[in-house]
Ligand binder design. Structure first.
Ligand SMILES: Nc1ncnc2c1ncn2[C@@H]1O[C@H](COP(=O)(O)OP(=O)(O)OP(=O)(O)O)[C@@H](O)[C@H]1O
Length: 344
């Protein structure tokens, strides 16, 4: 076992009866990584997490953790923690007792128990709330109790299923930073599930983008954001103008359109974020069919000979009216060059 293969899924196939949700997944996760499993509803994120936690028996393949094959090890014997989106705290127990619960079951008691629970509460910044009941805490605080409860068990891997989805927008931002801090300070390997690309990009060391039970792309947030491998990933991370490329043309809703520029032979698609579209000059024309103000920028939806194009410009510039005809360009030099298409 090397540190880069701390947790390995080897040809892991996960099925519900005859339906294969995840076919032959291969994945290596390094020790101490904070990894996001990102993808749309139904792509297999939760199924993968449940298999790692031992809540679901794989149809075939193996799960290896820290050198040990845990594929058939029951959930309660795995050194794997699980934090759910619903915090699943015991309402009648106070914060201290909730965090102590699992440790007590394991037979930890006395001074050792006290030290571990107090350390756990300190880690998540809740020492002063030890005697409160869950109902007397905010959602973010309850989530932190849930995190502490898992952390004190000293899991080798901690799995978090949509950990922030029950929190309001402000708390979600706060908990992002908090989770990152706890993870970096503790060094625990963590995998969290999210369908929110912004959350994955903001928090993770590495993102695993899933689609239909398979891995579309693995990379750092920068990789995924700047160099999406496929049309699906590009679309998912905000490239709103995505085209298949054939030779010197792109395929558009209204037929093939010639493009020129430095394009890799292997490139199967080209994609532009709205901010990459040149607005006000260029060889194409589009009619404004929608505008939306987004603080620093204004986005335009244009009806064009290439189909609908989304372009963005500085909101300080004079706004264009509905129906106005604007020149624009899709500069090839700015485009993301996609290695695969056909998944959209
Ligand atoms: N208990 C089940 N029985 C049968 N099929 C299931 C079951 N749970 C999930 N599936 C199917 O397995 C596939 C993967 O589901 P999964 O819940 O892992 O997706 P997900 O990415 O976690 O989605 P979400 O973001 O909506 O939670 C889906 O096609 C789903 O319909």
């Amino acid at each position: 076992m090397s540190d880069s293969r701390f947790l390995s899924l080897e040809k892991l196939t996960l099925s519900y009866g005859k339906n294969v949700a995840v076919p032959e997944m291969d994945l290596d996760i390094a020790k101490g990584e904070l990894v996001a499993l990102l993808g749309p509803s139904g792509c297999g994120k939760t199924t993968t997490m449940r298999a790692i936690a031992g809540l679901m028996e794989p149809a075939s393949g193996a799960i290896v953790l820290d050198g040990a094959n845990i594929t058939r090890v029951p959930a309660n014997k795995r050194p794997v923690g699980l934090v759910f989106q619903s915090y699943a705290l015991f309402p009648h127990l106070n914060v201290y007792e909730n965090v102590a619960f699992g440790l007590k079951l394991m037979g930890v008691k006395g001074k050792d128990l006290e030290t571990r629970v107090n350390d756990g509460l300190k880690t998540v910044g809740l020492s002063q709330y030890a005697t409160r009941k869950p109902a007397e805490l905010s959602g973010g605080q309850q989530q932190r109790v849930s995190l502490a409860r898992s952390m004190v068990m000293e899991p080798k891997v901690l799995l978090l299923d949509e950990p922030l989805s029950n929190l309001d927008a402000r708390l979600r931002l706060e908990m992002r930073t908090e989770l990152q801090r706890v993870q970096k300070e503790s060094g625990v390997t963590m995998i969290f599930v999210t369908h929110d690309q912004v959350e994955a990009l903001a928090m993770a060391d590495r993102i695993i983008v899933m689609l239909d039970g398979h891995i579309e792309q693995i990379g750092t947030p920068e990789d995924i954001y700047n160099n999406p491998a496929s049309d699906f990933v590009a679309d998912f991370v905000g490239f709103e103008n995505v085209f298949e490329r054939v030779g010197d043309t792109i395929k558009t809703a209204n037929g093939d359109v010639a493009i020129s520029g430095d394009i890799d032979d292997a490139t199967k698609g080209l994609a532009w974020r709205p901010s990459m579209v040149t607005l006000g000059e260029g060889p194409y024309e589009g009619t404004v069919r929608g505008t939306s103000f987004a603080g620093g920028t204004r986005e335009y939806l244009l009806d064009t000979p290439l189909g609908q194009i989304k372009a963005e410009c500085d909101a300080a510039l004079p706004a264009h009216d509905f129906g106005a005809v604007l020149k624009f360009d899709l500069p090839v030099a700015k485009a993301a060059q996609l290695a695969r298409t056909g998944s959209l």
